[in-house]
Design a protein around this ligand. Structure first.
Ligand code: NAD
Length: 722
């Protein structure tokens, strides 16, 4: 855990070396060991200074999230923080110089620990990053970070680092004064030792700036005119951005404001309370589960079928050089894999490559990529109209028009050329994979790889397993998704699979609200307040109301008598067929899109979908004629997604709850503070969730009816997550 040595000059070296992990992390066990070693060094009269360093490639990666996620006892946790805080103060005030040699990344609790030392020198290591990423998981730097950093570098410089979780380089950390020096890699321990020896020789008691008499906060404190202005603006901006859905950045702001208005030790006490509040909050639990552990497992391919040799990819085929095909080709080329980009004509295929060039040129212009690097990427994309060029591809993905006959034809043409064990994947967004596999001579090698638009940017791939798809094909497809640095979730075949199906309910609920006479501005604003990135009507415009209409028509044709018409089907038909408003692409949807300005809600909506009660007369509880409150709208927009997700679990479209949550966050920007559609049911508690669904179903219909899986789990006290 920790290697402790004392040299002839009385310098104790405490070298972090967490056993069995590639990174040093802070948890009860490692901190206890560290505290004991420091106490020993402080008490030992032969020790004159302390050098803290790491045996790993990085210094300290941060706190142990599994341990934090398991905290439920606020009082016990708070007591532990107070004890830890006391120890850090004893180190700062212990009279012996303490220096850190930061050989690599120093993040979160690791950076906070380093701030409690008198001196920090970092190696000039281009991979090393420094900062406080806690906020990205709903937490705050609770080991003194919100108090030490602003007292060290000023509130203005500290606030964005603490509130946004940005990771900076050693050079940037030096520039703002977060560390004292950067030296060539390998010299950092030597430099730290030298500083300790100089400090001893100076005879001056080592102290932190805030412990020196007459200390002033650099740039002034919260009570100065400048400080007051900063907090007013920051608070307003935060509220506008997050609608107070995320308590962490707000608590960080409060820690700075309240903590810097008082003495240092009281500031630490304030921070400890805000930190405890966040650690036990459902928001941080949700964010840690979905964004950290869920994402980590997905990227590690935790659900990959065992016993299949990992597939290496050198050449893949991309059928269709349209928007999706070009984007997928870009991601593939970026991963160092050659792509045969095929379309109906050489010219059409070249257009796909031209799209890639246009996108990458923007990166070159911004200085994020060199022109040579771009040419190297482009050289991996081979546009063609000749199927013979697919020879040797380990995988072929089709992204041609969304028509069964065309997809069947390209499947057969490709399979005639590629090896018998190659995989064929469809990027269809709506057509069931099992049906498409009918065109294949080897359906066991046929799978769905559903990318999101723009494919070169979006991180999720929904892998769809058809009835005949083999485990080996699934495993090898997952290898491809990882090879191109995207995150996979695996689902079983069904109409709309998982993502389109659940995401579609959000859009449809927004349209149902419109039909009920709820003002459109209220509907879309409620979507944003709910935490969704875009309101449901604006989103319908983006994906195109025409697509909503087409999917509805297709579903009707496929289901026949079993088809149940929804408000969204009626509204989409009216918008597209009667009013010719197809969405953003036609410049006219629920919004108008003037060529020379920002979009605004189409004034005609008021005529075609009259508001139930004139705006301004909203009164809660006024019976059925009242416009629903914002909270009521939010509940519907969020629970409609959760209930559909529960159905996907019940029908085994989803294989695991966490796939639903990771897929929703990465696929359509579902708000992480809720955990995901399943995470939100878990947050509410299943009995409360079922009660809410019963109430909504009674009022709005069967789309809110709680599926049996939820009722059974609620009744038996079972939970989706621990
Ligand atoms: P697109 O119209 O931009 O591109 C389709 C391309 O396929 C065109 O370049 C066309 O020339 C080519 N093509 C048509 N027939 C062909 C054939 N027989 N052989 C070779 N090429 C042929 O469409 P897109 O948006 O890229 O969508 C493609 C597929 O991806 C569809 O199945 C769609 O449902 C799916 N998808 C789209 C999105 C999206 O947001 N656009 C998201 C996920 C999945």
């Amino acid at each position: 855990m920790l290697n402790y040595t004392v040299d002839a000059e009385g310098i104790a070296t405490l070298e972090w070396d967490y056993p069995g992990k590639s990174q040093n992390i802070l948890n009860h066990a490692s901190l206890t060991t560290f505290v004991e070693a420091c106490r020993m060094a402080l008490a030992d009269t032969s020790v004159r200074g302390l050098l803290i360093c790491s045996a790993k490639k990085d210094f300290i990666a941060g706190g142990d999230l599994a341990e934090l996620a398991g905290v439920t006892d606020a009082a016990a946790f708070h007591a532990a923080i107070v004890a830890w805080r006391g120890f850090m103060r004893s180190l700062e005030l212990g009279g012996k110089p303490v220096a850190a040699a930061l050989n690599g990344s120093t993040l979160g609790g690791g950076m906070e620990l380093a701030l409690a030392f008198h001196y920090r020198v970092a190696a000039d290591n281009p991979k090393a990053r420094f900062g406080f990423p806690e906020v990205t998981l709903g937490l705050l730097p609770g080991a003194g970070g919100t108090q030490r950093l602003p007292r060290l570098i000023g509130m203005q410089a500290a606030a964005p680092l603490l509130m946004e979780g940005k990771r900076i380089t050693a050079a940037e950390a030096l520039k703002i004064g977060m560390i004292h020096a950067v030296v060539p890699a390998g010299e950092e321990r030597h430099t730290a030792r030298k500083w300790i020896l100089d400090a001893i020789a100076s005879g001056v008691r080592p102290l932190q700036p805030w412990d020196v008499k007459g200390f002033k906060i650099p740039g002034g404190g919260p009570g100065t005119p400048h400080g007051m202005q900063m907090f007013m603006a920051a608070n307003a901006m935060l509220r506008a951005k997050t609608f107070d859905n995320y308590p962490a950045p707000k608590h960080i702001l409060s820690c700075i404001y309240e903590g810097l208005a008082t003495d240092f030790d009281t500031g630490l006490a304030i921070e400890a309370r805000y930190f405890t509040n966040l650690v036990i909050s459902p928001v941080s639990k949700n964010m840690i589960r979905s964004l950290f552990f869920g994402m980590q497992d997905a990227n590690k391919l935790a659900s990959r079928p065992a016993g299949v040799v990992q597939q290496k990819y050198t050449k893949i085929g991309m059928l269709g050089a349209g928007m999706m095909g070009a984007g997928i080709a870009m991601s593939t080329a970026t991963a160092g894999i050659a792509v045969v980009l095929l379309d109906t004509t050489q010219e059409a295929a070249e257009m796909g490559k031209a799209y890639a060039r246009a996108q990458w040129s923007k990166q070159v212009q911004k200085g994020r990529m060199t022109a040579d690097a771009m040419e190297a990427l482009l050289a991996r994309i081979h546009p063609t109209a000749d199927y013979a060029e697919l020879k040797g591809c380990e995988l072929v993905i089709e992204a041609v028009f969304e028509q069964r006959e065309i997809k069947a034809a390209v499947t057969q043409q490709a399979e005639a050329v590629i090896a018998a064990d190659a995989i064929f994947a469809s990027n269809t967004s709506t057509l069931p994979i099992t049906g498409l596999a009918d065109a294949s001579v080897r359906p066991a090698n046929f799978i769905g790889l559903h990318f999101f638009s723009p494919a070169e940017k979006m991180p999720l791939v929904e892998i769809i397993v058809g009835k005949a798809t083999s485990d080996a094909t699934l495993a090898r497809a997952m290898d491809f998704v990882r090879a191109i640095a995207k995150t996979p979730i695996v689902v079983n075949d069904s109409r709309g699979f998982y993502t389109s199906r659940v995401f579609g309910t959000y859009v449809a609920e927004g349209m149902a609200l419109l039909e009920e006479g709820v003002p459109p501005a209220l509907i879309d604003k409620a979507g944003l307040i709910a935490g969704m990135p875009v309101g449901p009507l604006a989103l319908a415009d983006e994906i195109s109301i025409e697509l909503v209409h087409k999917i509805g028509q297709q579903t009707k044709a496929d289901l026949g008598a079993a088809f149940v018409e929804r408000a969204a089907d009626r509204i989409a038909a009216k918008m597209v067929v009667d009013l010719g408003r197809l969405g953003r692409k036609s410049g006219a949807g629920f919004y108008d899109y003037p060529a020379d300005g920002s979009k605004y809600l189409w004034p005609g909506l008021a005529r075609h979908f009259p508001a139930r009660v004139p705006a301004g007369t909203q009164s809660a509880g006024a019976g059925d004629t009242a416009i629903p409150t914002v909270d009521e709208i939010i509940e519907r927009l969020i629970l409609v997604q959760s209930v559909e997700t529960a159905r996907c679990l019940e029908e085994k479209v989803l294989r695991a709850p966490i796939d639903a949550d990771v897929g929703a966050i990465l696929g359509w920007g579902y708000p992480p503070f809720r955990g995901g559609p399943v995470g939100w049911l878990h947050t509410l508690g299943l009995p409360a969730a079922v009660a809410a669904l019963d109430r909504l179903a009674a009022k709005h219909g069967s789309r809110f009816a709680a599926p049996t899986i939820l009722r059974d789990m609620a009744a038996s006290g079972e939970r989706f997550y621990a």
